[in-house]
Design a binder for this molecule. Structure first.
Ligand code: SF4
Length: 216
């Protein structure tokens, strides 16, 4: 099996003793297998999103002290101004919402970002240019219910000012919920089945434009 993992999951694994590492790898394989049992398509991405939200809620119930320190909130959108990695089915879900008239990506950003092929192309751009195609002028996500798994996984506990400041990036701290990282890694792994992703992963705008334009 071609296993894909998030960087956070890799960091988590690196800190484990071999037996625990093997258990975590087995859990990832089990979650990927469970995902493959579901019919492929946008509904599978929506189900994965439900499972990620459930895992975050479980974590918050177990660690209310940590959950209380999370600083992410509506309008705080630094994470929405960089490479946003998605699985194909997540992009299909968003494309479905666009076709249903329930979501409208920013046309200029979609056109520009669809041509960007590496995370480095987001660096040093004016914020407006680098913003996610679904980020509204109020800094809120216009597709919050259908946002990709990666957008659900990141929960920052440090000062939001550090997220905005290029020099502060290395001091940003976030909650690492291993179960969420397993789920997102399972999604990436299933996403790679027969449809190789580029080394840097798929970008939201890139995939969305491809699907909306009917390109293979
Ligand atoms: S989908 Fe929403 S939460 Fe995710 S990057 Fe775009 S605006 Fe931000």
């Amino acid at each position: 099996m071609d296993v894909r993992t998030t960087k956070a999951f890799d960091c988590f694994l690196a800190g484990l003793e071999p037996p625990a590492r093997e258990r975590a790898a087995a859990e990832l394989a089990a979650q990927a297998a469970a995902l493959r049992e579901l019919p492929p398509g946008p509904a599978r991405a929506a189900e994965l999103h439900r499972r990620v939200d459930e895992a975050q809620a479980r974590f918050a119930a177990m660690r209310p002290d940590v959950a209380a320190r999370v600083r992410c909130a509506r309008g705080c959108s630094h994470c929405c101004r960089m490479w946003v990695g998605v699985a194909r089915e997540e992009a299909e879900l968003l494309a479905l919402r666009v076709r249903e008239g329930k979501a409208r990506p920013d046309a200029a950003r979609l056109r520009a970002q669809a041509a960007w092929t590496t995370p480095a192309e987001f660096v040093g751009r004016p914020l407006e240019e680098a913003s996610c195609v679904f980020l509204g002028p109020d800094g809120a996500c216009a597709v919050h219910a259908d946002r990709p798994a990666i957008c659900r996984a990141v929960l920052v506990t440090s000062d939001p000012g550090l997220c905005r400041d290029a020099d502060g990036a290395s001091r940003v701290t976030a909650v690492l919920n291993p179960y969420v990282e397993v789920l997102v890694s399972a999604l990436l792994t299933v996403d790679a089945d027969g449809a190789p992703a580029p080394p840097q992963g798929r970008h939201l705008a890139h995939e969305l434009a491809r699907i909306l334009e009917g390109r293979p």
